[in-house]
Design a protein around this ligand. Structure first.
Ligand SMILES: *[C@@H]1O[C@H](CO)[C@@H](O)[C@H](O)[C@H]1NC(C)=O
Length: 330
């Protein structure tokens, strides 16, 4: 498909790279943390990280290929750091954080009553109001940025796990330490346009839907959500050092059509300028081998409501970061 070649190449390391292979994704005590309670990659999975080198070597390699390097992080603090009650690094002194005559530890800043909703054994919220909470976040991002980050996806901080204070403080740190970083939030369960309006200026992307797994019933819910965020003028609204975008995430690329009679074709333009995207009738025939298709299918583009007829080629100019959705009667 032609539009696939337009996707800006980005290498995003996904979930749980810090958990070792023996624990399941929500098990306690299977993370790799340093003496300051900060998560590092599991050296069994990432041998180049041995000796607390983190993802520096991986990021260098990714940059050599002209790609961007991003990681997925969980907000708050890991249960493992909390259980181990690790001290907090004050990066200004290089020593443990001290305030009001005491050395602060993970148990002084973790909030076990606010566990991450979807990984409740792994992570809990952090008291960002406290000086020690802020010092912990700063120590995390100084470390991760030193590996060469271009993109941060911060999970368990939006939607049903909204933590406005952590989003605000992380945004401030990123702006100060590396303004070119793209800052993305997750998860999107229970996100609303009103919630997005509070954070859009602090970030570049935020999930607005939960996960979907290649089922039409899950995909179809995205359309109403996209409409609501568009109506609220949030698409391309002001963001951190630039613009911000509601993120539908996990939209399946591939062959997926509804159980009814209609045929849907969507174009996504991930390019930062308007781009003409085309699709051939022959591709549709290959995608839907069970259907007897004839040229001249009648349909409409749902956002513009323009009528379209599918003959040899379907072509449309799509706005930067925009999409077009065609529905054909069959
Ligand atoms: C968070 O820290 C502040 C400042 O130290 C403190 O006043 C507040 O009670 C703490 N909140 C929680 C939930 O621990």
């Amino acid at each position: 498909m032609k539009f696939l070649s337009l996707i800006p190449l980005c290498f995003l390391l996904c979930l749980c790279v810090h958990r070792n292979l023996k624990g399941d994704s929500n098990s306690r005590g299977t993370d790799n943390i340093d003496e300051w309670g900060r998560l590092h990659p599991d050296p069994e999975r990432w041998p180049s990280s041995k000796g607390w080198k983190g993802f520096k070597n991986v990021a260098d390699k990714v940059h050599d290929m002209d790609l961007k390097f991003g990681i997925h992080l969980m907000a708050g603090i890991s249960t493992q750091a909390y259980d181990s009650n690790t001290p907090i690094l004050d990066t200004k002194t290089g020593k443990a954080y001290e305030e009001s005559g005491k050395v602060w530890h993970a148990k002084d800043i973790g909030v076990p009553g606010r566990a991450c909703k979807w990984m409740s054994n792994g992570f809990m919220a952090l008291n960002v109001t406290s000086g020690a909470g802020k010092a912990f976040l700063r120590s995390l991002y100084e470390l991760y940025i030193s590996w060469g980050l271009d993109f941060v996806k911060l999970d368990c901080v939006f939607g049903e796990d909204i933590d406005f204070e952590e989003i605000t403080y992380v945004s401030q740190i990123l702006k100060e330490l590396k303004p070119s970083i793209v800052f993305s939030l997750s998860p999107g369960v229970s996100a609303t346009p009103n919630m997005a309006k509070v954070v859009n200026g602090l970030v570049n992307m935020y999930r607005v839907t939960g996960d979907d797994w290649d089922q039409w019933s899950q995909v179809v819910t995205h359309f109403d959500v996209a409409r609501d965020y568009a109506a609220a003028k949030l698409i391309g609204a002001q963001g951190l050092n630039g613009n911000s975008w509601p993120d539908l995430d996990m939209l399946p690329f591939g062959w997926l059509t509804d159980p009814g009679q209609d045929i849907y074709i969507a174009f996504f333009n991930l390019n930062d300028k308007a781009t003409t995207i085309s699709w051939k009738f022959d591709d549709l025939v290959k995608a839907l081998p069970g259907k007897k298709l004839v040229k001249g299918l009648d349909g409409r583009e749902v956002w513009s409501l323009n009528r379209v007829v599918l003959n040899d080629v379907l072509s449309a100019e799509v706005a930067a970061h925009g999409c077009a959705l065609f529905v054909f009667d069959y």
